[in-house]
Design a protein around this ligand. Structure first.
Ligand SMILES: NC(=O)c1ccc[n+]([C@@H]2O[C@H](COP(=O)([O-])OP(=O)(O)OC[C@H]3O[C@@H](n4cnc5c(N)ncnc54)[C@H](O)[C@@H]3O)[C@@H](O)[C@H]2O)c1
Length: 247
């Protein structure tokens, strides 16, 4: 049952986060949709209007940690938070020897520092939640080193995986489960901005199930992890990659 639950999703303006938000909105959950992309959030708002549901949109940049009080304010209204999905992330195909200090810092700020401090700020509300849970979106690249080997991205995602484990241990005594979904390669704006169709086809040849993931392959697993059925799962990674990486 996800009805009447309060769900906070970062990266809700596009791709996996957008699809996850749509899925929760359809169930009647209260969704606080956060992204720096206001246009994407407006599209989500239009979706919820078509469904006859309400979504609360929260434009926020994860680079701006001091602005996280806006996230607290948005959740405080409900008095509790049941599900936090840390989905926003950035990736680039910058070759290893061309990564600048600025790109390195920005990648870590969005993929690791932002999710960590947002989680800490929202933890008091999760402690008051109903079967509360946190779901981070990591990456196959954090396990394999990445295909195009951008160490800023892959190591930031490995850090997020480690953070998931830390948080799971820290949060368990409060009844808060913390897990992550690790996508392989999914057909979203992130990948389409980075790989052309020719490169995508080369990727597909390496995927045993013969296709890229779609956003909903990932969002369905996020919804499962948020459900009662996943009630004794914590500190885990669910790999969703069509068999491309099998630990
Ligand atoms: N698409 C893939 O193949 C793939 C593979 C592995 C992991 N992932 C991870 O899945 C997550 C979602 O990616 P996606 O594929 O849906 O990409 P996407 O680019 O479609 O969506 C990412 C969203 O994050 C938002 N975002 C980026 N920087 C932000 C910031 N500073 N503040 C607030 N919001 C910000 C963007 O505006 C965008 O709406 C990411 O964490 C990504 O690393 C994706």
């Amino acid at each position: 049952m996800v009805e009447s639950r309060v769900i906070f999703i970062t990266g809700a303006g596009s791709g996996i986060g957008f699809d996850t938000a749509c899925r929760f909105i359809k169930t009647g959950a209260t969704v606080i949709a956060c992204d720096r992309d206001v246009l994407g959030l407006q599209k989500l708002e239009q979706f919820s209007q078509r469904e006859g549901k309400i979504v609360e949109i929260l434009p926020l940049d994860l680079l701006d940690v001091p602005s996280f009080n806006l996230a607290e304010d948005a959740v405080r209204k409900y008095g509790h938070l049941d599900v936090l999905v840390n989905c926003a992330g950035i990736c680039s195909g910058t070759p290893l020897d061309q990564i600048t200090i600025e790109e390195w810092d920005r990648t870590y700020a969005v993929n690791v520092k932002g999710p960590f401090f947002l989680t800490i700020r929202l933890l008091p509300f999760l402690k008051a939640g109903n079967q509360p849970t946190i779901i981070n979106i990591s990456s196959m690249a954090g396990f394999t080193g990445g295909i195009k080997s951008n160490p800023a991205y892959s190591s930031s995602k490995a850090a997020l995986t480690c953070m998931t484990k830390n948080l799971a241990k820290f949060c368990a005594p409060f009844g808060i489960r913390v897990n992550e979904v690790s996508p392989g390669t999914a057909r979203t704006a992130m990948v389409e901005n980075w790989l052309d169709e020719n490169e995508i086809q080369k990727f597909i040849l390496q995927i045993p199930m013969g296709r890229l993931a779609e956003a909903d392959d990932i969002s369905r697993v996020i919804v499962f992890l948020a459900s009662k059925d996943a009630g004794f799962i914590t500190g885990q990674t669910i790999h969703v990659n069509g068999g491309m990486y099998i630990p």
